[in-house]
Design a protein around this ligand. Structure first.
Ligand code: HEC
Ligand code: HEC
Length: 210
């Protein structure tokens, strides 16, 4: 299969691609530059759609994943997605498959894919009303100040609105229990007070947001 060959090649060439990759701030500057005109944004979003042909297998068409443990990337902030690809790439974020796969992409492809997903739409889910109401209380008290009133995040903070509840529960629980897949001191202290029921409630609330 073509993608398998690409994957293996990527793993073999990983050392080399690190050497030829743009410096970290180069990719961020590139993202900004592309977004500065509608024409370059459009062209690069198109290129990102092509470059994401393999991601579709798990993250779904247009970044809406059908697998509960795989996050939606649709509508996710481009700067955040780009940063997560770097974290997988250098091992700061751990996921055996994503760490291997990300090494196959060039810096330019990572930028383009991030821009493509940011432009896609995610559809909110339906959840039980009482769970949503209690989740909203948790959110306003503990999460709102960083992830924002609409849970759309910012450049450095991920969007949570419309995300799969299963993925949210898993992610928040990992931060709370400091399992080591992801390390973020801000999130560690933000979610430390949560019990499992509160995590479930806040995940349900977030899934309903557009
Ligand atoms: C075999 C399935 C699979 C494929 C194919 C795949 N991913 Fe993933 N991806 C995952 C899983 C599972 C996670 C969640 C990892 C975790 O729990 O931390 C993830 C997480 C991510 C995240 C982090 C999202 C967030 O909200 O923090 C990004 C970014 C990402 N993938 C990008 C990509 C890109 C780009 C491609 C294509 C080059 C791709 N993925 C292909 C399974 C996959
Ligand atoms: C002080 C700021 C701050 C607060 C408060 C905060 N977060 Fe976060 N959150 C972040 C940052 C920064 C990240 C990205 C961390 C990383 O790269 O691992 C993040 C990441 C996440 C993620 C991973 C998203 C993804 O797509 O993988 C989830 C889920 C999350 N936060 C949920 C919450 C919830 C629920 C609360 C409230 C209980 C909360 N956060 C409070 C800053 C915050």
């Amino acid at each position: 299969m073509k993608s398998d060959v690409r994957y293996l090649l990527g793993v073999l060439l990983a050392g080399l691609s690190v050497a030829v990759a743009l410096p970290v701030h180069g990719a961020d500057a590139r993202l900004q530059a592309i977004r500065s005109t509608p024409e370059s944004l459009r062209a690069n979003v198109q290129a990102g759609k092509k470059a994401s042909f393999f991601c579709v297998n798990c993250h779904g068409d247009s970044g809406v994943s059908k697998l509960p443990e795989v996050p939606n990337l649709a509508g996710q902030n481009a700067d955040y997605v780009l940063e997560q690809t770097r974290k997988f790439g250098d091992g700061r974020r751990k996921d055996a498959f994503m760490q291997g796969l990300i090494k196959v992409l060039t810096e330019e492809e990572k930028v383009q894919i991030s821009l493509f997903y940011a432009e896609q739409k995610v559809t909110p889910g339906a959840q039980e009303a009482s769970l949503v109401a209690s989740g909203k209380q948790v959110y306003l008290k503990l999460c709102n100040r960083c992830h924002g009133p609409a849970a759309h995040g910012s450049e450095v903070i991920p969007r949570l609105a419309g995300q799969h509840p299963e993925y949210l529960i898993e992610s928040v629980t990992r931060y709370r229990d400091k399992t080591g897949q992801r390390v973020d001191p801000l999130m560690f202290s933000a979610v430390a007070p949560l019990n499992n029921a509160q995590i479930k409630a806040v995940a349900a609330y977030l899934n309903t947001l557009p």
